[in-house]
Ligand binder design. Structure first.
Ligand SMILES: C[S@@+](CC[C@H](N)C(=O)[O-])C[C@H]1O[C@@H](n2cnc3c(N)ncnc32)[C@H](O)[C@@H]1O
Length: 247
């Protein structure tokens, strides 16, 4: 694995360009990073990726490490706060790793994505979503990610253990064009095993009818997925104008 990633996980801190240390936070963990890396490195057709939410660059480092051997590699990063809140450390870490095939667009995804989709629809192999985690924002990121990825490509979403993120993912997971391809390893606490059993016994479609809505949204929806989910676009999105499926 990339030596910058190793150093960051071992020390629990990141350095800005002057060497000033900051405590690591908000990042994907080792296991999620490995999940991203394995998915990308395991499919040689993944060359062009886009990431929403860079922070200190931990997911970016995993994505770029996995792309490093590809001949047509390019990684696009959207993060409006890379310098104002994260001291430019995410991109500094990529530069320290000698990655020269990324571009940072320092704008909110809600403004940058429509412009990119207009020019680059269907041209990305993978979009990674780890930005602003409200339901509406995640849904917006997913809407444009669907426009950006080609058939056969992936949308990977982090923090699916959070109710707003999980809820948005459970909507797009119903699209006929998408299948859940893989999920990062589930936590193995007794409580999480119990939740898995409950989910197996009462599938979400049934739970949605049986449980009061607040309970379903706050408890059940949050436990539908593990922390990171990879959805694969298996065909063109040809839903009718009035398509809807309960989620
Ligand atoms: C959870 S952190 C990302 C962590 C990062 N993926 C990692 O593994 O280190 C969320 C990031 O989303 C960014 N963000 C917040 N609002 C955003 C928006 N509207 N569009 C794009 N990114 C946004 C923040 O600046 C922050 O860097």
């Amino acid at each position: 694995m990339n030596s910058v990633i190793e150093e960051i996980f071992q020390t629990g801190q990141v350095l800005d360009r002057t060497g000033q240390p900051y405590p690591l936070h908000s990042n994907v963990d080792r296991q999620e990073g490995q999940f991203l890396f394995d998915l990308i490195a395991g499919d040689l057709e993944i060359q062009k990726t886009l990431e929403i939410g860079c922070a200190y660059g931990i997911s970016s480092l995993h994505i770029c490490s996995a792309l490093a051997k590809q001949s047509h590699r390019q990684h696009w990063i959207l993060d409006p706060f890379q310098h104002s809140q994260f001291h430019g450390i995410g991109v500094a870490n990529l530069e320290r790793s000698q990655f020269d095939f990324f571009q940072l667009i320092e704008e909110p995804s809600e403004f940058a994505l429509p412009a990119i989709a207009k020019e680059q629809a269907g041209s990305f192999d993978l979009v990674f979503i780890d930005g602003w985690h409200t339901f509406d924002h995640t849904l917006l990121d997913l809407f444009y990610a669907n426009r950006l990825v080609r058939v056969g490509g992936y949308i990977v979403v982090d923090d699916c253990g959070m109710a707003p993120v999980s809820k948005a993912v459970s909507y797009i997971a119903n699209y006929p064009a998408f299948e859940i391809k893989a999920q990062s390893q589930r936590a193995t606490s007794a409580m999480s095993r119990l939740k898995q059993v409950v989910k197996t016994v009462i599938p979400s479609a049934i739970a949605g009818y049986l449980l009061p809505r607040n309970l379903y949204d706050c408890y059940y929806v949050r436990t539908l997925y593990s922390s990171m989910v990879a959805l694969q676009k298996v065909k063109e999105d040809d839903r009718n104008w009035n398509w809807f499926q309960s989620f």
